[in-house]
Design a protein around this ligand. Structure first.
Ligand code: TMP
Length: 393
């Protein structure tokens, strides 16, 4: 049975940043509700937006803009070379090449449906196919040679049709090949009240228990995993075909499943209490912002993330409370955040002279950003963070 546990209200498409010209036009909105499937333990959003409305030639996200992500991709690339020494790698969702560039051009191919982003890696002569990951594409790419390593980071959660995805993977992956899937993990998400992990693009947030169940249907299994700090807590799964005897199942897999069950990720009541904590977090964030505003503090945002879109629209925060957002992404600059219509301005170093409080939209890069803005903090500037609990730091 599919059971609803959280209503995040009416939301626009998170990455549809608005041009000034369109700011007064009615935006397309949908009701963002989060559901739990008590059969396979999958947590997902219940209204799926047509893929082409989200992943098109104006997709703004760039993975290589963060040092944290660049370092993470470099590290896993080195591990892949040492541990698996692959001949032919496919990356599903290659974005602007943060992973691709760690490999020899002849050995890797990127799949990236967003034309504008794919153009970046094509320009650098990395073979990139501008299409969605499908069985047809898998057959085409691996006509003569199957892949011995398929990698996909922060992409699987964006794809609604898991049957098509894993069927295609089974076509493209060689008998002894390895599939590495990486993305936001459900345990830290629920534990730390990270409700903004849910937005139109994040159809699923996977747990190990749910992913194991899904994989079973495709004769695939997890044989190893890494728990990562990226994106507020991620998991990287090493997956093989069931009849691949080359790799033993690491005990970490069972340990993680035990941890998730102990926390209650298989029980609906866990999600009901998460929902209550989210509502409390919303009230606290609104109250703090209103109080600071009353004290005449200048409040801005930092990192106009898709996650911020969920928070701003759920909490109904607009430019009365947050003056503008700073961001480094070229495609977001001088546009407006969807729904809240707060302006995004080109990043410049923070100074206490013109800013008192900074709402950290990109809280997932907290360490990197706080290091960068140490002068502002030293001058008495404060960051407002809403996860795991709303507080000023
Ligand atoms: P993400 O949370 O979806 O990965 O997006 C991060 C956003 O934050 C992206 O638009 C870039 C922005 N950002 C900055 O503006 N400054 C920074 O120092 C970092 C790390 C990110």
């Amino acid at each position: 049975m599919i059971r609803k546990f959280l209503n995040l209200g009416y939301q626009p498409l998170a990455n549809s940043y608005l041009h000034k010209k369109k700011i007064n036009k009615k935006e397309k909105k949908f009701k963002l509700e989060i559901v739990f499937n008590d059969k396979n333990f999958l947590v997902s959003i219940n209204k799926k937006i047509p893929t082409k409305e989200m992943f098109n030639s104006s997709y703004p996200y760039r993975s290589s803009l963060s040092n944290t992500m660049m370092k993470s991709f470099k590290k896993i690339s080195n591990t892949i070379k040492k541990r698996f020494n692959p001949e032919f790698i496919i990356e599903i969702g290659s974005n602007d090449g943060a992973f691709l560039y760690n490999f020899n051009k002849k050995k890797i191919i990127g799949i990236e449906p967003c034309k504008n982003v794919a153009a970046v890696t094509k320009k650098k002569n990395y073979k990139t196919i501008t299409e969605y990951w499908t069985k047809k594409l898998a057959k085409y790419i691996t006509k003569s040679n199957q892949s011995d390593l398929i990698y996909s980071a922060n992409t699987l959660s964006h794809i609604e049709d898991l049957n098509e995805t894993f069927d295609a993977i089974n076509i493209a992956l060689s008998k002894n090949g390895v599939l590495i899937l990486e993305g936001p993990a459900l345990l830290p998400c629920i534990k730390n009240n990270i409700y903004d992990q849910f937005y139109c693009e994040h159809i699923y947030v996977f747990s190990t228990i749910a992913l194991s169940k899904v994989l079973k249907n495709f004769n695939l299994e997890i044989f190893d995993l890494n728990i990562l700090n990226t994106h507020g807590g991620s998991a990287r799964y090493f997956i093989k075909k069931k009849d691949n005897k080359k790799y033993k199942i690491n005990k970490k897999v069972k340990q993680e499943i035990t941890k998730e069950r102990k926390f209650g990720l298989h029980k609906f009541s866990t999600y009901q209490s998460f929902s209550k904590r989210v509502e409390a977090s919303k009230s606290r964030l609104i109250n703090i912002l209103k109080k600071l505003k009353k004290e005449n503090k200048t409040i801005i945002g930092y990192g106009a993330t898709a996650k911020s879109c969920t928070v701003l629209n759920y909490c109904k925060i607009d430019n009365n409370l947050i003056k503008y957002f700073l961001d480094t992404t070229p495609d977001k600059i001088n546009k407006y955040l969807p729904g809240s219509k707060i302006k995004i301005i080109k990043y410049k170093k923070l100074s206490k002279k013109n800013v008192d409080i900074v709402f950290l939209g990109a809280w997932n890069f907290k360490k990197e950003i706080l290091r960068k803005e140490h002068k502002f903090i030293k001058e008495g500037g404060k960051f407002l963070i809403h996860v795991p609990n709303v507080k000023l730091i």
